[in-house]
Design a protein around this ligand. Structure first.
Ligand SMILES: C[S@@+](CC[C@H](N)C(=O)[O-])C[C@H]1O[C@@H](n2cnc3c(N)ncnc32)[C@H](O)[C@@H]1O
Length: 279
């Protein structure tokens, strides 16, 4: 788990499927997201591209916040109504308020959560993710989503794959280009869990941001941000849910997925999301 396959900050392991180097001169997805959420775990190299994108895409900060709030509502649904006790959270991000284990264990204390991320900055914060209550448990795996078999093998040390698992991949799959075949990776993960398991995804939408803005953001991020992003349409996001039944309301902008009473789904985020139950 944290000791397996670990790349300490300072290592420069890069590869097709490996951890990006700990490099504070280049922006990283995890730290840009942290900046947008108002966190302090980011550097000037992260804030520059974030500010450049905010100029052409002012709703980016709203989108990050709305995505994080979706995480809370989705995990509450999974731990509550869906009765899930095991979570595999891939693309954890830098710990912040409302981490998956905190949300799940507040509802069902015996929830077990395995976190996975490949960013050395997230690894440096892994201890904050390993603070389970006594009844439940959490583990952190430092690994690349593209190594699905390795993730499954390590996760099996804590999770029982004969019982339902919620696989959550929020704001991560758009960091995988089509050449990495993200559909096959999601299918591999969902093949490993039994019927009655769940899949939750949020994903930046190419049909939620006009071409001109996508171009400007791409130009200003090119060479400055570790991850290149592949935005996908609502239909392409729905394809990740093959073999599952989508729970209501299906594939919608993150703020519109079962919003809390009294809040309005403003429909202005650029991220699609859905939750599906494996048949
Ligand atoms: C934007 S954050 C999302 C955090 C959290 N899931 C949320 O929605 O609030 C995306 C995370 O995915 C991680 N990530 C991106 N590509 C990855 C990969 N190939 N393998 C593992 N983690 C990856 C990044 O390091 C980052 O921490």
């Amino acid at each position: 788990m944290t000791s397996d396959n670990a790349t300490a900050p300072g290592d420069a392991t890069v590869g097709k499927a490996g951890s990006p180097p700990f490099d504070t001169s280049k922006a990283h997805q995890a730290r840009i997201y942290n900046y947008l959420l108002g966190g302090k775990d980011n550097y000037a190299a992260d804030r520059g591209p974030a500010e450049a994108a905010l100029k052409v895409w002012p709703d980016m900060a709203f989108t990050a916040q709305a995505n994080r709030e979706f995480l809370g509502r989705a995990v509450r649904f999974l731990a509550g109504e869906a009765g899930i006790r095991q979570f595999l959270d891939i693309g954890t991000g830098i710990p912040t308020a409302g981490n998956t284990h905190e949300v799940a264990q507040a509802i069902t204390p015996e929830s077990k959560v395995v976190y996975v991320d490949y960013d050395p900055v997230v690894l440096a914060h892994a201890r904050a993710l390993l603070t389970s209550n006594d009844a439940g448990a959490t583990e952190y795996i430092h690994a690349d989503l593209r190594n699905a078999d390795s993730i499954l093998a390590q996760a099996a040390q804590l999770l029982d794959f004969t019982k339902p698992v919620a696989v959550t991949m929020l704001a991560i799959l758009h960091a995988l280009p089509d050449s990495d075949d993200p559909y096959a990776i999601v299918a591999r993960l969902m093949d490993a869990v039994p019927p009655g398991s769940y899949l939750a995804i949020s994903h930046a939408g190419s049909d939620r941001l006009d071409q001109e803005s996508q171009q400007s953001i791409g130009d200003s991020w090119n060479g400055r941000v570790q991850q290149q992003f592949t935005l996908r349409t609502r239909e392409q996001v729905a394809e990740f849910f093959a073999g599952t039944d989508l729970v209501e309301p299906g594939v919608v902008p993150v703020e519109d997925w079962r919003p809390e009473p009294g809040t309005t789904g403003e429909g202005k985020s650029t991220v699609w999301c859905a939750v599906g139950r494996k048949r």
